[in-house]
Ligand binder design. Sequence first.
Ligand SMILES: Cc1cc2nc3c(=O)[nH]c(=O)nc-3n(C[C@H](O)[C@H](O)[C@H](O)COP(=O)(O)OP(=O)(O)OC[C@H]3O[C@@H](n4cnc5c(N)ncnc54)[C@H](O)[C@@H]3O)c2cc1C
Length: 306
Amino acid sequence: MFNYNYERFLEEIRGLDCTVLRNEPMKKHTTIKIGGNADVFLNIKTEAALIEVLRILNTERIPSYILGNGSNTLVSDSGIRGVVIKLDGDFKKINYTMRQQISCGAGANITRFCLYACDHSLSGFEFLYGIPGTIGGAIYMNAGAYGGEIKDIIISCTHITKSGQKATLPKGDLCFSYRKSFYTSTDNIITRATFKFIEGEKKIIKKTMEDLMQKRKSNQPLNFPNAGSVFKRPVENFAGALIEKAGLKGKTIGGAMVSDKHCGFIVNKNNASCKDVLDLMDLIKEEVYSKTGIMLESEIKILGEH
Ligand SMILES: Cc1cc2nc3c(=O)[nH]c(=O)nc-3n(C[C@H](O)[C@H](O)[C@H](O)COP(=O)(O)OP(=O)(O)OC[C@H]3O[C@@H](n4cnc5c(N)ncnc54)[C@H](O)[C@@H]3O)c2cc1C
């Protein structure tokens, strides 16, 4: 049984630049619209507040979890014991710092980042357009699409450790690989990053973005809540194709269904629980392994006890 002293914690953070929600349903903060309550949910607006909150959490020995836009996250039905942190305010700011460079807060969403770059006639980021996450989540995951990954445009990244230390790492230290970064094996909080671009023509940049968005709309089940590709892409293969080959297109457990538009996605068709999705993922892994000998690996992150 967890016995965290939230009252004392909330008293100690009073006056800091953050807003507090108690027993917050995580289904409101995940794109797949699943998840029980988080005991405490904080929207933190400044770096100073973040550092102070982390210090107090450390003293009080209360666990915390950083969430971006929840577009690659599945939260358990019993929710999250501890504090969920979301970056707001200053962490959403985007600045054109110098020629061909943008500094972007980790809480900014990818769409805003792309539109900002396009507005400044900067090119090279277009592949990111349409990924429904934040810049922090995209760096953590090394998000990518249509032949590009965020690693291709990043220059450096700033983070705060759980003990409140701030550091900036150059791209070479960020250990990017497929859907992985230095951050995947740490609990640091990414706060800001700098990106490089090439100059381009606004009209052409916009057209590329719109074309890629159109591609997404025609290939992905955007009409149902989902968390993107559930499994990582196996070497020289596609998870969706393997799932379809295993005969699982449209396979349903409870309210969760293997999308009939793109088998790499599980959609929340009808009030699915986290358990429905996890059971469906287990079934997919078993079936795909028995039919193809390939073991699929989860891409989505699972938060909370299950
Ligand atoms: C319809 C749809 C399409 C998608 N298409 C793509 C695609 O084409 N390519 C692709 O790569 N992904 C895709 N995704 C998945 C997802 O959008 C990306 O992985 C995205 O980068 C996740 O960002 P997020 O902010 O939502 O992260 P979250 O889901 O909130 O978090 C993901 C992980 O990142 C960590 N994290 C988040 N913010 C921070 C931070 N500031 N500091 C440290 N850690 C942090 C979280 O703790 C968690 O472990 C898609 C998802 C959907 C729903």
